[in-house]
Design a protein around this ligand. Structure first.
Ligand code: FES
Ligand code: FES
Length: 159
């Protein structure tokens, strides 16, 4: 019996039609079917935040979502965050403040921060609640917080 499903997703403004098993995680669909390996997979149980993408405007852990649940959704991954004018302010600030070392956690952190930035959450919430959803084994968070401060200082300059 064929148990696969055909689904349609929009990822980084491009429509995709996928054939997948109902159990396929969104993270695996992005990485293995669409080749978007910037979405990293760490724990696969919702703890580390490395797999975070933006689904219909909300930061979501893609390891906790089935690809079939994302049918019809608009998904953004780290590959789609930079615009025609260059990097998003969060990306620029992470670069300038050296808010990363190995970079494994970085795409997920950037996606959560970009979603928060767009919503205009207060900087203190970004530094605590938003960043608190991510584990980084390298930086100790000091430089990531410096990047948040720098990005939020320019909040309002970018949609
Ligand atoms: S891989 Fe999804 S939260 Fe860790
Ligand atoms: S930069 Fe290495 S895990 Fe965060």
């Amino acid at each position: 019996m064929n148990s696969t499903r055909d689904i349609e997703l929009t990822v980084n403004d491009q429509r995709h039609r996928l054939t997948c098993e109902p159990r396929l995680l969104l993270s695996d669909a992005l990485r293995h079917q669409l080749g978007l390996t910037g979405t990293h997979v760490g724990c696969e149980q919702g703890a580390c935040g490395a797999c975070t993408v933006i689904v219909d405007g909300i930061a979501q852990r893609s390891c906790l979502m089935l690809a079939v649940q994302a049918e019809g959704s608009e998904i953004e991954t780290i590959e789609g965050v930079a615009g025609a004018d260059g990097d998003h302010p969060v990306q620029e600030a992470m670069h300038d403040a050296h808010g990363l070392q190995c970079g494994f956690c970085t795409p997920g952190i950037v996606m959560s921060l970009v979603a928060a930035y767009r919503r205009g959450v207060p900087v203190e919430e970004a530094r605590t609640e938003v960043l608190g959803g991510h584990l980084c084994r390298c930086t100790g968070y000091v430089n990531i917080r410096a990047a948040i401060d720098a990005a939020w200082a320019g909040l309002g300059d970018e949609p």
